[in-house]
Write a protein that binds this ligand. Structure first.
Ligand SMILES: [Zn+2]
Length: 630
């Protein structure tokens, strides 16, 4: 009681040291409408894409060869760029992400290990529509100025040759791993020069690649031919279009069988690894349709497991998706279940969010600890459960952001946070019911009391990225679903968001608006407090007065955010009474008094009884009647 008294004094006279200068809850501004961008016919006020929504289409035709002797990748590339915007373009920006490992990159100059003398991407023979063009390079970005204009609806073709040395030392979401007896594993990603996204919100999106923020890319079709030694297997962001040229008859038959099988088929078994001679090369061809980038991995060490899983497509028809795993024999003890994890994730997220739109998904083992690309994910994991968790997470990214094309370099929480949120339910479905309330052990708001940056901050500038891009937004969506909106209202709105923005690029405002529009709920106070600003919640029971027919309880809202109040009152006759006070009780004051009519003496009054609210101080949530014998 003493403690509550002290808190009350602080509250009444204003405790400068413990309160922020702006207390949104005190001055009522927590309920002020958010300043969202004005709706347009591209992005509407409902949060849906408008009838004039547009995005650029960028198709790629790439012929690449991995020279394993010099460890260099050589390629020639044709980019077909369709200007679907209403604007005339006079220049175009490219991402050259391989340059992130050069000594002069922002990342290296921040003090991260680059590679001494690393050359990065070397481009030659650049042409635009058959005419020589000049590329002006600026670290991981480069600009091409057109000879003339590219009007709305026009198509240009950019061709170039390029090469880069594979970095042996540095690894960033890809890499070289030579820990295996039958040969190294190469994982390639961010390996292609790609045009930056030109969109209706920012024009050219030219945030550089520093390494913490991931990617924002254009959808398009990829045709990729990859030449490697002929004992290698290759997996990539597409469907293998020439199995007859690169697989043995047995392998082709087993692959075809796996397309009809729930059970794992060994397309290349451990006994077969190392039996092919690798003194010639073969060229693997892939088609990736409507994807936002292309990644691939190759090794002579790979064992190849495959099966498939049934999903229900948008048109209601059943379709089987090929699920593959590739891993060296040294890791087989853990990787023997990898295909099963992929099958689970593809099925689970197809049912929950949107039917997986591509023909296959491959999980491969290499240097990258966990990274996602369309139709291929790079994972490690030293136990079955560890590998399940990373595989499920990375496959989940094929919904956020491979399908819903979030600008990860600005809004990492819209892919990592959304994915962390859905992973929770997928894990529960795979392993069965566990302790799954978002309790304080999973999200402890008190740990993040001071100086926390808002979630909606560019990830390159976030200090606690694991917390602010993954755990906090993941927890916040669960809190919104389970405590604020309820599962029915949340699920219908969240699914609406995914379906509206599948194969398109939403911004935070489109998410907020869709959630309000489809759930029919004013959530501005929630989005402002949780995602846009770093407001904090501290609910308290100030006092309880016994009355003839019940109790009069005074609740306090001591910090700058607001939430509904979950109240549990236990009585002497062993009855338990639960109440949910709406968030609107905080509209005029951060002190709220309410009477509860009860037939028996009150023993305890507790708020936030399940510990699911992000309260920064749990010690003031509880009142006990010391006059009642227990
Ligand atoms: Zn992730």
């Amino acid at each position: 009681m003493t403690r509550i008294f002290v808190l009350l004094l602080c509250f009444t006279y204003g405790c400068e040291s413990s309160q922020r200068t702006t207390n949104y809850a005190t001055n009522g501004s927590v309920f002020k409408q958010m300043l969202l961008p004005a709706p347009t016919s591209v992005r509407t006020g409902s949060g849906a894409p408008g009838n004039e929504y547009w995005q650029q289409e960028v198709d790629h035709d790439i012929v690449a060869e991995l020279d394993v002797e010099t460890n260099t990748l050589h390629a020639s590339q044709t980019v077909t760029y369709t200007n679907n915007s209403p604007d005339t373009l006079t220049y175009l920006w490219f991402q050259l992400e391989q340059n992130v490992l050069r000594g002069d990159s922002i990342r290296s100059r921040e003090g991260n290990a680059g590679e001494d003398g690393y050359a990065g991407m070397i481009i030659s023979d650049l042409q635009v529509d058959g005419k020589d063009a000049v590329l002006s390079g600026y670290g991981t970005l480069a600009r091409i100025d057109f000879d003339g204009e590219v009007g709305s609806g026009e198509v240009i073709t950019i061709t170039m040759d390029w090469e880069f040395p594979v970095s042996i030392d540095a690894s960033l979401r890809m890499g070289y791993d030579d820990a295996y007896e039958q040969g190294p594993v190469w994982e390639f990603a961010q390996w292609i020069p790609v045009p930056c996204v030109y969109d209706d919100v920012y024009g050219w999106n030219t945030l550089p690649y520093i390494g913490r923020g991931e990617f924002y890319t254009n959808f398009g079709d990829y045709t990729v031919a990859i030449t490697v030694p002929n004992d290698h297997l290759v997996f990539g962001s597409g469907e293998l279009s020439n199995p007859d040229e690169v697989l043995s008859v047995d392998e082709r038959e087993r692959l075809a069988e796996s397309m009809e099988s729930d059970d794992v088929i060994k397309v290349r078994s451990s006994d077969e690894v190392g039996t092919v001679q690798g003194d010639e090369t073969s060229t693997w061809k892939f088609d990736g349709k409507n994807i936002r980038t292309f990644a691939w991995a190759t090794s002579a060490s790979y064992i190849w497991d495959a099966a498939s899983v049934e999903i229900i497509d948008l048109d209601g028809k059943v379709r089987r998706v090929l699920c593959q795993a590739a891993y060296p024999a040294e890791t087989a003890e853990v990787w023997d279940e990898a295909v099963m994890y992929v099958q689970h994730a593809i099925k689970y997220y197809s049912d929950m969010l949107y039917p997986y739109p591509w023909p296959q998904m491959s999980v491969v083992r290499g240097r990258a600890g966990g990274m996602e690309y369309p139709m291929i994910v790079y994972c490690r994991g030293s136990s079955h459960e560890g590998l399940f968790n990373v595989t499920d997470h990375e496959v989940g990214h094929d919904w956020f952001p491979m399908l819903v094309n979030t600008d990860e370099r600005r809004h990492a929480w819209m892919d990592e946070g959304f994915n962390t949120f859905v992973n929770h339910y997928s894990l529960e479905s795979f392993y069965g019911e566990r302790e799954h309330k978002p309790d304080v052990s999973k999200y402890d708001a008190s740990k993040f009391k001071n100086g926390i940056t808002p979630i909606n901050t560019k990830p390159d500038l976030l200090r606690s990225r694991g917390h602010l891009s993954y755990r906090k937004p993941g927890y916040g969506l669960r809190f919104l679903r389970e405590e604020i909106l309820g599962e029915d209202r949340f699920d219908v709105a969240f699914k609406e968001y995914v379906h509206r923005w599948a194969f398109k690029s939403p911004r935070p405002a489109d998410f907020y608006r869709t959630m309000e529009d489809a759930s029919g709920t004013d959530l501005q106070w929630f989005f402002r407090g949780f995602f846009e600003e770093a407001l904090q919640l501290d609910q308290a029971v100030e006092s309880v007065q016994q009355q003839e027919d019940g109790v009069k309880v005074t609740f306090l809202n001591l910090a700058d955010w607001v939430c509904p109040v979950d109240v549990v009152i236990a009585c002497e006759d062993e009855t338990i009474h639960t109440y949910k006070l709406p968030v609107t009780v905080w509209a005029w004051s951060n002190k709220h008094t309410q009477e509860f009519q009860l037939d028996s003496q009150v023993v305890t009054v507790k708020i936030n009884p399940s510990n699911t609210y992000p309260d920064i101080d749990f010690s003031n949530n509880h009142w006990v009647n010391n006059n009642v014998k227990k």
